[in-house]
Design a protein around this ligand. Structure first.
Ligand code: T4K
Length: 367
């Protein structure tokens, strides 16, 4: 990688002066963490922006996911998908529960709801679907299955910040939704994450879990960890949130250009926009079919790299194929996920990626 490389993602930054103004008062207050005023202000603003009743903030999205499992008291098996970032599966396994892998849809790569019921056993306690790339899962059918079998639902909404289904904001489905505010995400706090949920009874539970299980200096009723968001991180969030609509619109322009240039090219499969969804343009995955296009995914990635464009294979390998889980899962049980993972390349997409950059990337691919 050199400084001129185009990376798969690039963090959005607020104006420097704005951030400095935002953190200036910390030098007087000396209140730097532990749900301080900026943390509280960010919670309030995010509830408004995400149109949810409750949000709890965390040091990162992964810990939020681990603690969601804990807060909901899950046990046994959780049905999920392997076409995701390591975090989704690791959160289940680190809670000493068993992931049960369901295959994904051919078109949007989210969980194939028609295959969920066959995976339910007496040990199943929850479903953890992923709104992968910001593509929305079939929330209505997942809700119906969860109700029928009395299961909890935690959405991994790490990629879905600001997405809406018709007029309903994405954080309002299931028992909880986890958003990642990592530097590489549509909205970020450098590192950070949030859980949205409609039942306020979880607020004190989550607050305790992220603060060592403590409720005061002399009372520790639960086993917890340290997963708090600092004031410095919350300040970055407050700044970034002021510019979020503009940043999403800029991503939209880049994605629109990709679609103009790559739609209809033989051997390339793009992920079509979903109906009735307000998107956030978080990732731009493309499937490459060697027989029809002439190059496979790895060859395209290598060609781009030669030209200083560093695309990524999100998400390869599948999580059920990780060395860490050797011998635990049968890859063959998720054949669609396997095929997508073997052929997908996620092209660069971020707010500051210009149409000229997109033209250049597409020219390399199509040359
Ligand atoms: N669930 C899902 C579905 C997720 O995708 C994720 C995270 C999580 C849960 C967990 O959320 P967090 O705990 O992370 O909040 C990156 C991100 O680190 C990760 O947040 C994200 N998903 C995943 C999809 O992508 P890597 O291993 O690819 O990161 P890395 O360091 O290789 O960075 C990717 C690109 O970004 C590189 O080209 C470099 C560039 N970059 C990176 C950083 C850190 C920058 O330009 N600036 C930076 O500061 O995981």
């Amino acid at each position: 990688m050199n400084l001129k490389s185009i990376l798969v993602v690039r963090p959005s930054m607020p104006p420097y002066e704005e951030y400095i103004r935002e953190i200036k008062d910390l030098w007087n207050s000396r209140w730097l963490t532990h749900s301080g005023p900026k943390h509280q202000a960010l919670e309030k603003k995010l509830c408004e922006y995400l149109d949810v009743n409750n949000i709890a903030l965390f040091a990162n999205g992964h810990l939020a996911l681990e603690l969601a499992i804990d807060a909901l008291g899950l046990s046994g098996e959780i049905i999920t998908t392997p076409f995701t970032f390591a975090s989704t599966t690791q959160a289940i396994v680190r809670n000493r529960l068993t992931p049960v892998f369901c295959d994904i849809n051919e078109d949007d790569y989210t969980i194939d709801v028609s295959k969920i019921e066959a995976l339910i056993t007496e040990k199943t306690s929850a479903i953890m679907p992923v709104h992968v790339y910001g593509n929305v899962c079939d929330v209505d059918r997942i809700d119906a299955i969860a109700k029928k079998y009395n299961l909890k639902v935690i959405y991994d909404a790490a990629h879905a910040f600001g997405v809406k289904i018709k007029d309903k904001a994405i954080g309002n489905f299931g028992d909880m939704s986890m958003f990642s505010f990592h530097a590489t995400k549509v909205f970020h706090t450098v590192e950070g994450g949030g859980l949205t949920y409609s039942n306020s009874k979880y607020s004190p539970v989550l607050a305790r879990l992220r603060q060592f299980g403590m409720v005061g200096p002399e009372s520790v009723p639960t086993i917890g960890t340290n997963a708090k968001m600092t004031e410095i991180h919350a300040a970055m969030g407050l700044c970034n949130l002021r510019h979020i609509d503009e940043e999403i619109a800029k991503r939209g322009l880049a994605m629109h250009r990709y679609r103009e240039l790559l739609s209809g090219v033989k051997g390339l499969t793009l992920c079509d926009p979903q109906k009735n969804i307000s998107p956030n343009y978080s990732y731009f995955p493309v499937l490459f079919n060697k027989k029809e296009f002439g190059m496979n995914r790895d060859e395209v990635a290598a060609l781009l790299e030669k030209n200083n464009v560093l695309a990524r294979k999100y998400f390869y390998p599948l999580t059920n194929n990780f060395e860490a889980y050797e011998g635990m899962f049968e890859l063959q049980k998720t054949p669609v996920a396997m095929r997508i993972a073997d052929n997908v390349l996620t092209l660069p997409l971020y707010a500051d990626l210009t149409v000229k950059d997109v033209d250049m990337i597409c020219k390399i691919i199509l040359q």
